[in-house]
Design a protein around this ligand. Sequence first.
Ligand SMILES: *[C@@H]1O[C@H](CO)[C@@H](O)[C@H](O)[C@H]1NC(C)=O
Ligand SMILES: *[C@@H]1O[C@H](CO)[C@@H](O)[C@H](O)[C@H]1NC(C)=O
Ligand SMILES: *[C@@H]1O[C@H](CO)[C@@H](O)[C@H](O)[C@H]1NC(C)=O
Ligand SMILES: *[C@@H]1O[C@H](CO)[C@@H](O)[C@H](O)[C@H]1NC(C)=O
Length: 148
Amino acid sequence: MVHATSSVLLLLSLALLAPGLTAEKCSLAGNWTNDLGSNMTIGAVNDKGEFSGTYLTAVADTPYNITRSPLLGIQNNTVWQPTFGFTVQWTFIESTTVFTGQCFVDKNGKEVLKTMWLLRSRVDDAGDDWKATRVGNNIFTRLRTLKE
Ligand SMILES: *[C@@H]1O[C@H](CO)[C@@H](O)[C@H](O)[C@H]1NC(C)=O
Ligand SMILES: *[C@@H]1O[C@H](CO)[C@@H](O)[C@H](O)[C@H]1NC(C)=O
Ligand SMILES: *[C@@H]1O[C@H](CO)[C@@H](O)[C@H](O)[C@H]1NC(C)=O
Ligand SMILES: *[C@@H]1O[C@H](CO)[C@@H](O)[C@H](O)[C@H]1NC(C)=O
């Protein structure tokens, strides 16, 4: 009897553990939104960890002519909570942002991208170089849109 009970408990605990054990490695492929309301769409990640996509920012120095801008990046696609980096080349203003971060997966399988970025703005001459780079951070979560 004792033996049977412990077998049942073992099966039960395996069933409860299974979702955690089979948790997928975090892939950046998909749609994401961040704490500023900016959205990005990332395509399939290839077997080298490379990916491309587009970024639609919610904030800009020139907010009246924001357009979706291309991004290019790479992630470690073999580990569970991978690090990554990507570059956005803005199409509506002459500047470039590089992001670096890590994908974390919580107990419920919810993914969050913790990132930091450097934004390089174009300046007219090297004397202004000192003020041309800004730094910040963003947190991204999966964007789930309801088809209407
Ligand atoms: C992801 O965003 C794109 C727009 O960039 C949209 O066309 C697509 O339907 C979205 N996919 C999902 C699964 O929401
Ligand atoms: C990001 O997507 C959400 C949901 O589709 C939308 O409400 C929001 O306006 C988008 N942000 C930008 C900057 O377009
Ligand atoms: C990911 O990181 C591991 C070490 O943690 C390394 O062995 C592996 O080659 C890396 N994969 C890629 C695609 O960079
Ligand atoms: C975007 O707007 C800014 C100022 O509002 C302007 O200087 C710039 O030329 C515009 N960019 C494009 C691509 O129209």
